[in-house]
Design a protein around this ligand. Sequence first.
Ligand code: S3P
Length: 436
Amino acid sequence: MSLTFAAPGGLTGRVIPPPDKSITHRALLAAGVASGRSRVHNPLDTGDCISTRRCLQALGVEIEELHGRQTGISLEIEGRGLRGLREPADVLDAGNSGTTARLLTGLLAGQRLFAVLNGDSSLRSRPMLRVVEPLRQMGADIRGRNQGANLPLVFAPARGELRPIEHRLAVASAQVKSALMFAALRAEGRVRIGGAIGSRDHTERLFEFLALPLQRSPRWLTLEPAAEVPCFELTVPGDISSAAFPIAAALIGGGELLVEDCGLNPSRLGFVEVLKRMGARIEIEEQRSNGGEPVGALKILPGPLSAVEVEPEEVPSCIDELPLLAVLGAFAEGTTVVRGAGELRHKESDRLEALARLLSAVGGRVELTEDGFALQGPQSLASGRVDAKGDHRIAMAAAVLGAGIPGGVTVAGFEAAAVSFPDFPGMFRALGGEVS
Ligand code: S3P
């Protein structure tokens, strides 16, 4: 599906972002191994999260979908307990979802069942050894393509319990950290996770909400074996990483935007901090807490943007928003620089190459490095055509680019956006943009 996005009058109004993808995955997985019936309200119900849901169902977890007139979708999940997952009859398919593949690997490690985990061609090229290696050290028998570096992975039935370990993360990956945390619940002793633990902390917050045996210090996460995961009820807040697209589009077009019911977890707010440094006026109001996560509203007020530098230590808190930052940099005064973001090369696509393609399609220029980029703004850009190549965040970054260019930007393969933002075109129109 090819769509052209333009916003001659700018974008302005009010938006409730789609449910948070990271929190939905974690809530589903925790509920799947809980004891009893959990309720997850307002889950993200597209692409990646459906992959997690289907994998859990294939592992014997019963999931019922409820539709309330006011409350929207809720899922009732009958947990099978920490050690009760059923051997799947077929290959588990994580689709395009790195979070499904990595967190599920943590859940499957050391279970008394045989399972094969696979995904689409993009996911099959993404690194898995960072999860597989520490789990092997815990005693899990996991084989896979390229010695376990890539899907498909094969899990052999465990003979004993997982062993305790102390593991230092080499990359700040919340997926790896969370996989180890889920495995730690079933270990026969203490698991300590150190090193690069400063990535998004949704799993930590969920474990604390469920009173699971987790201790946090700035340098270590310490987990003791859990007797069980209690069943629970929570409402998933809006996804700040999805809200980032209308926020950026409003800033480019000079409109005022109110984002409501949005997750405000500090470990996800790096992009907002970067925008403030660019001169954006953003007011944040924390209104409530849900499932251990702060939730509230953001008000974005128009103003001129200046260039910004993003240092490696900030990258984990805004990793998914960096392609969008390149788009904003093209409209900002000065040189925007990002360093220490080599992980962008291992996402749904090589997002550094993708953002360069995106800007060059509209006559823009960006200099890529091994782990980041630099670009001079403002650039004179002309309408053009971009292929999303199956990457949802690239599809939406291209649409945002369209909001700042007369004649807009045509995005081929825009259906990819539905992975995290089910009705992006509807939202774009509702804020005054044109989609054709
Ligand atoms: C995610 C973690 C990040 C992020 C991805 C979702 C998660 O990946 O890019 O979109 O839900 O844990 P890494 O953990 O690989 O950095």
